[in-house]
Every structure is written in structure tokens, then in C-alpha cells.
Ligand binder design. Sequence first.
Ligand code: UD1
Length: 379
Amino acid sequence: MERSKIRILAVVGARPNFMKIAPLLRELRGRDHFETTLVHTGQHYDAAMSADFFRDLGIPEPDVNLEVGSGSHASQTAQVLVGIEKLLVESPPDALLLVGDVNSTIAASLAAAKLLVPVAHVEAGLRSGDRTMPEELNRLVTDCLSTWCFTTEPAGDENLRREGVAESKIHRVGNVMIDTLRANEERARELDTVERLDLEPGGYALLTLHRPSNVDDPEKLAALFGVLEEIHRELPVVFPVHPRTRGAIEALLGGNAPELRMLPPQGYLDFLRLMSEARVVLTDSGGIQEETTALGVPCLTLRDNTERPITVDEGSNTLVGSDAEALRAAARRVLDGDAKRGRVPELWDGRAAARIADVLERDLSRGADPGREAAGERG
Ligand code: UD1
């Protein structure tokens, strides 16, 4: 008798989800035992924040788009919760697959856990220790509702243990975002992104800035831009601007854009090329701290904490905070040639998605009901 397929419902919503789901879908769709459905919540909807990534990364069209769009945290989360619940009731999968820590992630995990659909969380266990960050709350809730916590670094395992997550749920598998980076490095190298912008390899800094803690406070944002403009006079600062930040420049700084090399949000491959050839990357993103570590490109993180400590301990990342003076000093060190290259962490080898698929195949093939088991443990 033919074995029935393992049905996986994968949910994505915002830009940083797309490069994480791509290798997982490819891996699962390449295995006969799995049947996958992809849901896009629509949290990000501009082509530059969404469709361009699907195209660059060869992600199949979503089977469903919930089109929730922008809104307050409560309304965005609530709309995803209702939309995912409906899908799960209509056609219950064997497991829900989630990546990262955006509002779509927490909402989907809650909808599934209430219906006893087991949740697989990829990039579990990361903790900044800072509950003013919306992502930190999203991570905490998603992990405690998950049946499989797939982690990228040892700190993730330790955080989960400390929170009482059973050892059997913690699987250190490596980093799916680095699977995507390795799979696309070659293609990115063939692009003329750097030349088209009239830049020299190693002759510019690359900046991204979008955390509410940096861009939603006009004084802080203006002070940061002041120092970044100083750096720009010595080393061109290339700045693809996130829509949130574009909005903050309009609403909080009266449209006074900083004198930097501002660009629209870049596609995955163009951004990878820009990152690979930068002298230094300045960012408040989570994922870029990891990508620069994988590339050995020095990264200055404009935050007071990181949920990805391995990028500092082993990788090329330095935590600078969002204080303008600290940024000035750290940039000075890089400009004077004191750059950190680091090494690539264990298991960041391009094979994380395969390890995840192995675990899911093993656990879901043996007829167990992980959702009910998980509810029992939580109970
Ligand atoms: C979200 C994630 C954040 C992630 C980031 C990457 C949460 C809580 N935050 O933040 O973890 O690092 O995505 O991009 O989930 N907007 C557009 N077009 C879009 C999407 C958004 O113009 O396609 C604008 C809207 O004005 C919106 C604002 O950006 O209100 C913020 O979008 P939102 O999805 O709420 O959060 P991000 O700041 O993008």
C-alpha cells in the first residue's frame, strides 16, 4: 500500500522569511514523502519587499495570499491568526512550518497550536533579552508553542533549555539562510550591481536601518544620520532604504533625507553582491549579521544587543549600539584598517534544510501525533 504523504503548510509573511523558506521548500518538494502548501500572509506586499524575492530565489507562487498588509501589531497579528485558522480548519496539515520572528510567525503558531497542529519553528531559540523588541515577543511565544525547535547556534539551545523546553524538541541543524546564501553566491557574483552604481569593490560601506528603536525616534535617527554622513565623506555609504525608514524620514525629519547614497530596497541577488564587496556593513538587521559572518565581511551592528551572539564570538560582527559616538569610534577603527573577519560557525554549511527535512520525515512518518503530544506536555 502506498504510504500517505506528509502534508506541510509553510507560512511566510515578511522579507526576511523568504530567503529562509526557499531552501526548505526546495528540499521538501524534492522528497516524495512530502506535500507542501505555501501561504503568504501579505505582511509585506511591495514588489521590492516580496515578489522580487520570490523571483530571485525561485520560490513557487504562494498557494494562498491572505493579503493582510500593514497595520498595528494587534491588527496585523489578528488578521493572520484568523486567516491561518480558517485554512487549518478547512484542510488540516500534518505540521505547520514557520521561519523567523515576524508578526506573521507568532500569529500562525498560535492558530496552529490551538488546533493541535504541530509547529516546526526554524531559527528557534534566539533571544536578545530585550522585550521592547517586537521580534523578541514573537520568538518567545512561537518557541513555547512549537513541537520542533530548529536552532542555528548553541546559544539557541541553551536559551530553550533555560526556558524549560524539552531536550527532545531541540534540534541544532544550522542556518537555512546560509543555505540560500551559498546556493546564490555564484549567481550574485555575475551581476554588475557594484559597477552599475559606480562603486569600487572594497570602496564603500553598505548600510541598512529599519528597527523601530533606531528609526522611530527623530532625535536618535537624526544623530545617527549625522555620523553616517561624516563616514560618507570618507567612504561612500550605500543605503537601500526600507519603507519604514523612508516613512520615518518623511514623517519625523520633515523629508530631510541624509546625504548618503540612498537606493530603493534591493533584490536578494543585488544585495548579496553589494554585501560581498563592501569594506564594511552597518546594520540593525538580524539576518545581515549572519550573512556578513558567512561572507567574512566586517559588520558593525547598530543595536545594544544581539540575539545572534555567535556572529560576535566567532564571526565578523561587532555590536556598536545606536549611540552616535560609539558608531563614530567603531567606524574609525574600520577605516584605519582594523577589520574583523572571523570564521564561519559550525553547521552553517548549506545543508540545514536537508537536516530539517530528515527530522520531520522521521518524526512524521511514524504515525505519532506530535501536536497532541505537545499539548499534553504543555498541559
Ligand atoms: C518587519 C518585521 C521585522 C523585520 C522586517 C524586515 C515584525 C514585527 N517586524 O518589520 O522583524 O526585520 O519586517 O523588513 O514583523 N511597508 C511598505 N511596504 C511593504 C511592507 C511594509 O511600505 O511591503 C511599510 C508600511 O508603512 C508599514 C511599515 O513599512 O507600516 C512597517 O512594516 P511592518 O511589516 O509592520 O514591519 P517592518 O518594519 O517591515
